[in-house]
Design a protein around this ligand. Structure first.
Ligand code: PEP
Ligand code: MG
Length: 595
């Protein structure tokens, strides 16, 4: 059995870890670690007289964990069978490992640190050494230890959902390093206290990355297995341009990054000058550039960056941000503020798009084998009509502002759209009967983010006022690439001919039916792809606010006719790489300064 643990080595020399840059910017500060099981384990110094209290706390947590595992074991034994239940015997053995327990106590005594920290360190050291033995038996034992340690930490720290609370109550501006951050974790971040975000998993289009961009927080994801390599509290620097996490940066590094920030600032100032200009190509094709918004705090950035209204309001963040459903009045208040801030332009309010990775306990979504293919988007709303009707009432009432549009997410066939519209009609009739003011005309659109919807776009177009392509999901479902999985992120290719062909089908169907079509996925923010989207005839691009000046600049440098020819070639090309290279070449020729 591995013996005495050592601390995670906190580097005294600068160490660099490479991940994927997902939100630009540079941040430097102390690091907070958020583990896979969503526990923040902070190191705290304790006084010698606190040692016995910490050990009592530990013993109580071990006892409670023992009881919990025993209960699960008994339930399993009576429902499935003794053989299956016996896997929990191994968990109990790991829990009772006396050398581990003694080691933890010894750490608390000798180093005067809090018990959660000591326990986490000892388990980490044990399991690392077990895994190094390269033996199936020890690997399984390591998994048992890790599993059990999550329970113990949960019991030590009191309640579930601790991470969220802690994240919301930070007292020092810090950088968060997490295995993963759920969209609800990210939505709950206190912007004044969080300087930047780093995660071990994730990709450019995972919801947390999107959220980091809207929060204007530098972020790096896909830093595989970096947690545990250093202690909480150590100074780190995040480079959100190159995708670097730099631990213990030297003074020289910090100086160089200071210079880099200054240069970047100069580029931003130049782009700022574009705020009041219109996104029109050199041959006078007008494109609308609007903003994607998650929460009210995004509004100042939207206005600062010259957005033409809100092309996507992700309302689920209202639901993910808190533990209860927002009331009709609360929702209406938010939607109204969004509509007022968007004038003279529109706000497109997307109905609740929970499910997939966007979950909170109060939403009542059960664990699913394939959540991204499950109870998500419009499927959830049609299954929870009480919530859906409340939300539609709030949207219709905010519609008195005169610039509100409604959009349904994750539509995969006509039946869902018709059902959504039928409920909307009923809600509007109810409001009329109750003499509650509502918007006279509310345009209704759908997101095109499932390949089936793209392929029947001509049918759907007859029933709506507009389309907005959710390329994040459309690409994931078309190419069968999980949008949040860093292991396959290299195969997530927006310029894939299959994606461009689907987009072409959608745009043509929309225009044949005299409706407009936008793109509100992250593809709209990628200026290398702007020629493809403009060339396909997309009418609106909606992106995170910070990307707006760049997208405007790209449009102003493009010639629509030329873009059309390039994309017609790309559709026939054999690979995404070829398309990417052609589009990049065009972008480099026309607007190198923003690439
Ligand atoms: C999309 O899928 O492209 C989209 C805009 O929706 P979300 O990212 O919220 O799933
Ligand atoms: Mg989507």
């Amino acid at each position: 059995m591995p013996e005495e643990p050592s601390d995670s080595p906190t580097p005294t020399t600068e160490t660099r870890y490479k991940g994927t840059a997902v939100s630009p910017g540079i941040a430097c500060g102390p690091i907070i670690l958020l583990y896979a099981d969503e526990h923040i384990v902070r190191k705290r110094r304790i006084r010698p007289e606190d040692v016995s209290g910490e050990i009592t706390r530990f013993e109580a947590a071990l006892l409670k964990t023992h009881q919990q595992i025993q209960t699960i074991r008994n339930q399993l034994a009576s429902s499935i069978g003794e053989a299956e239940a016996s896997i929990f015997d191994a968990h109990i053995l790991s829990l009772e490992d006396s050398s581990l327990i003694e080691s933890v106590k010894e750490q608390v005594q000798s180093r005067l640190v809090n018990i959660d920290f000591a326990y986490e360190q000892v388990v980490r050291s044990y399991t690392r050494k077990m895994k190094e033995l390269d033996d199936d038996y020890f690997r399984e034992r390591a998994a048992d230890f890790i599993d059990v340690s999550h329970r113990v930490l949960r019991n030590l720290q009191g309640s579930q959902g601790q991470s969220q609370q802690e994240l919301q109550n930070l007292d020092t501006p810090s950088i968060i390093l997490a295995h993963d951050l759920t969209p609800s974790d990210t939505a709950g971040l206190d912007r004044k206290m969080v300087l930047g975000i780093a995660t071990e998993v994730g990709s450019r289009v995972s919801h947390s990355a999107i959220m980091a961009r809207s929060l204007n927080l530098p972020a790096v994801v896909g830093l595989r297995e970096v947690i545990g390599k250093f202690e909480p509290g150590v100074e780190v620097l995040i480079d959100g341009y190159e995708g670097l996490l730099i631990v213990a940066p030297t003074e020289q590094t910090k100086f160089e990054y200071g210079q880099r920030e200054k240069q970047q600032h100069d580029v931003e100032i130049k782009l700022d000058a574009l705020r009041e200009t219109l996104p029109v190509t050199v041959d006078q094709r007008r494109i609308i550039v609007s903003a994607n918004v998650e929460i009210l705090e995004d509004l100042p950035l939207v206005q600062e960056h010259g957005a033409e209204g809100i092309g996507l309001l992700r309302t689920e963040y209202l639901f993910l941000n808190q533990d209860e459903f927002p009331t009709e009045e609360q929702q209406m208040d938010v939607y109204r503020q969004m509509a007022q801030a968007s004038k003279p332009h529109h706000v497109i309010i997307r109905t609740l798009d929970v499910g997939g990775d966007k979950k909170r306990p109060h939403l009542g979504i059960e664990v699913e084998e394939n959540p991204f293919l499950g109870f998500r988007g419009i499927r959830y709303s049609l299954g929870r009509q009480d919530l859906f009707r409340t939300q539609l009432r709030a949207i219709c009432r905010a519609g008195t502002e005169g610039n509100v549009r409604i959009m349904f997410p994750m539509i995969s066939d006509l039946r869902e759209l018709k059902e959504g519209r039928r409920i909307l009609d009923e809600v509007r009739a109810d409001l009329r009967r109750e003499n509650v003011p509502q918007g006279d005309k509310l345009e209704v659109g759908v997101m095109i983010e499932v390949p089936s919807a793209a392929l029947i776009a001509d049918i759907l177009a007859r029933h709506v006022d507009f389309f907005s392509v959710g390329s994040n999901d459309l690409i994931q479902y078309t190419l069968a690439i999980d949008r949040g999985n860093e292991k396959v992120a290299g195969m997530y290719q927006p310029a894939h001919p299959a994606v461009l062909r689907l987009l072409q089908t959608v745009v043509e169907a929309a225009h044949r039916n005299k409706i407009w079509v936008g793109v509100c996925g992250e593809m709209a923010a990628d200026v290398v792809l702007t020629p493809a989207l403009v060339g396909l005839g997309v009418d609106e691009l909606s992106t995170g606010a910070v990307s707006i000046p760049r997208v405007k600049r790209a449009i102003q440098a493009l010639n629509f006719e030329e873009a059309r020819q390039v994309v017609s070639r790309c559709i026939l090309n054999e690979s995404a790489e070829q398309n990417q290279a052609e589009l990049l070449q065009m972008a480099q020729r026309l607007y190198p300064e923003i690439l």
